[in-house]
Design a protein around this ligand. Structure first.
Ligand SMILES: [Zn+2]
Length: 72
């Protein structure tokens, strides 16, 4: 099974689009639960990590501002 990688600030696509019609969510908090915010209507929801992973379709893009600079 493919391991999905995501981090704070990533824009992710869920299996089901948000009721507002947008299917892009931003990860705004990570912990035991993950808080995601709809890019379209700015509505945020808190979901348990396991539920989030089961509903996650794919990571669309990472937030460059959140990335650590690993270049040497
Ligand atoms: Zn929405």
């Amino acid at each position: 099974m493919e391991k999905k990688e995501y981090q704070l600030g990533d824009i992710v696509q869920m299996k089901k689009p948000h009721p507002c019609g947008t299917n892009e969510m931003e990860i705004i908090r990570m912990g035991m639960d993950i808080r995601i915010k709809c890019v379209g209507c700015k509505h945020s929801v808190l979901v348990p990590r396991a539920k989030f992973e089961s509903k996650l379709k794919k990571v669309l893009r990472s937030n460059p501002d959140m990335k650590e600079d690993n270049s040497v």
